[in-house]
Write a protein that binds this ligand. Structure first.
Ligand code: UD1
Ligand code: MG
Length: 456
């Protein structure tokens, strides 16, 4: 099938320079959600109609399987679909989606496609308690329960038509040659002076083409975004759905209303996540991982039984099994921790590998380093990896003990089993199994007296 996604509208009520369809939901543009769903239906042609915001939409979305057609000016939904006509393959039907309706499921769309088949015009409709603003589905018969005759827009509807609760979601599928013919005959003789896509319904009826409808599983699947209020509401719907999916898989969430997933979160068995955590990109939590409150975890993998304590921040980190991280730990890109590594409060690790059973529990910076097993980095250890121009590596071999408040001026190596005395500023390699210490000589000045405040 062909799929056309309408994304030319300007979204005035978003009050933003960014085109509406590029506003993020769960960390990803609205339009990207629609494209992802469209791809699940394996279309042969996938065409996005853009317009408002210049080339920002094609630039943000470009992909091999996507075609773009510009609609300028924007003269209505029918005029928008008409811009895709040269791209549409006549031998398969055309499905029309909206770029600002992000949560429609492939299951609901497939139901519409199955109902319409290759020959009929299909409309995804919903019944709303308050249908205000939507196009109404006008059916034959006094009770409006017969076959679909046409769609009337809110602004063109009579008082009786305004009482119809079945509305057009905007999502339709049509046989392509007939669609092309109907589009070419649209007029803008209506309350909004626009070329309405919805007028193809009456045209189909006139041509004797059956018009059918299907309903989505949930009304929220049809909700569009016109304002930041609606965007925030749909974000909550989406996050609730993601949270429920995790609960159903057996993940413990302290509060399913207080987790945000902006990417893919893959969890093993017996994972538990406390409130206020944000997951971005692809995150994998192995069996038994515990994430405490208010952590932000981006594109990272965390090994089995690891425990992340509150307020920790990970970015592109690989954390081994049984590690204990935080509270207030920061793991930056290129952090690779083996099993049972302890990273404590106010410790930052960047582009470094730390081997099994090593510890940096307090106020430490480990950057561009290779740290062996069973190493203890005392409070306030700093690898001085940057001389203002170049970055250099620090190598700390197995079983090293680094005393508190030590600076290691890279490039430098500390041999296996070495001990560095507290306060050392290490400027030369430290040999294995020895105590190395650099420390100014301590003096006590007997004659010294505290100054006293002078009277004026
Ligand atoms: C449209 C339908 C209405 C339906 C409602 C569902 C028409 C005439 N009306 O109304 O029956 O109940 O959606 O939300 O189709 N767009 C373009 N180019 C244009 C105009 C619109 O790309 O020239 C895009 C918009 O960006 C948006 C979608 O089409 O994604 C719908 O446009 P919108 O103006 O919101 O249509 P409604 O008046 O809400
Ligand atoms: Mg709308």
């Amino acid at each position: 099938m062909n799929i056309v996604i309408l994304a030319a509208g300007m979204g005035k009520r978003m009050q933003s320079a960014l085109p509406k369809v590029l506003h993020p939901l769960a960390g990803k543009p609205l339009l990207a959600h629609v494209i992802e769903t469209a791809r699940q239906l394996s279309p042969t042609r996938l065409c996005v109609i853009y317009g408002h915001g210049g080339d920002q939409v094609p630039q943000a979305m470009q992909a091999n399987d996507l075609a773009f057609a510009k609609q300028e000016p924007q003269l209505g939904t029918g005029h928008a679909v008409a811009q895709a006509v040269p791209q549409l393959d006549d031998s398969v039907p055309t499905l029309i989606l909206y770029g600002d309706v992000p949560l429609t499921t492939a299951t609901s769309l497939q139901r519409l496609l199955d109902t319409a088949g290759a020959e009929k015009l299909g409309i995804l409709t919903v019944n709303l308690d308050d249908p205000t603003g939507y196009g109404r589905i006008v059916r034959a018969g006094d009770n409006h329960t017969g076959d679909i005759c046409r769609i009337v827009e809110q602004k063109d509807a009579s008082e009786t038509e305004k009482n119809i609760r079945e509305v057009n979601t905007g999502i339709m599928v049509a046989p392509t040659p007939a669609l092309k013919k109907w589009l070419s005959k649209l007029s803008n003789n209506n309350a909004q002076g626009e070329y309405y896509l919805t007028d193809i319904v009456a045209a189909a009826v006139a041509d004797g083409v059956p018009v059918v409808s299907a309903q989505p599983d949930h009304v929220w699947e049809t909700h569009g975004v016109n304002s930041k209020v609606q965007l925030a509401e749909l974000e909550r719907v989406h996050q609730r759905n993601l949270a429920h999916r995790l609960l159903e898989q057996g993940v413990t969430l302290a509060d399913p209303a207080r987790i945000d997933i902006r990417g893919t979160l893959t969890c093993g068995r017996d994972v538990s996540i406390d409130v206020g955590c944000v997951f971005e990109g692809d995150v994998v939590l192995a069996d038994g991982v515990r994430i405490d409150a208010y952590c932000v975890i981006s594109a990272s993998r965390i090994g089995a039984q690891a425990h992340v304590r509150p307020y920790s921040h990970f970015e592109n980190a690989d954390v081994g099994p049984e590690c204990i991280i935080g509270p207030f730990a920061r793991l930056r890109p290129g952090t690779v921790l083996a099993e049972d590594v302890h990273i404590g409060n106010f410790v930052e690790v960047k582009n470094s590998e730390i081997a099994a059973h090593s510890k940096a529990n307090h106020l430490t910076y480990v950057g561009d380093s290779t740290v062996g097993s069973r190493v203890n980095l005392g409070a306030g250890t700093i690898t001085c990896n940057y001389d203002g121009v170049n970055k250099s590596r620090t190598i700390i071999e197995d079983d090293v003990f680094v005393g508190s408040a030590t600076q290691l001026i890279a490039p430098i190596r500390v041999g296996k089993g070495a001990t560095l005395g507290a306060g050392t500023t290490l400027t030369k390699d430290a040999p294995a199994d020895k105590l190395t210490v650099s420390r100014a000589k301590q003096v006590t000045v007997d004659s010294w007296q505290r100054p006293v405040k002078q009277k004026k």
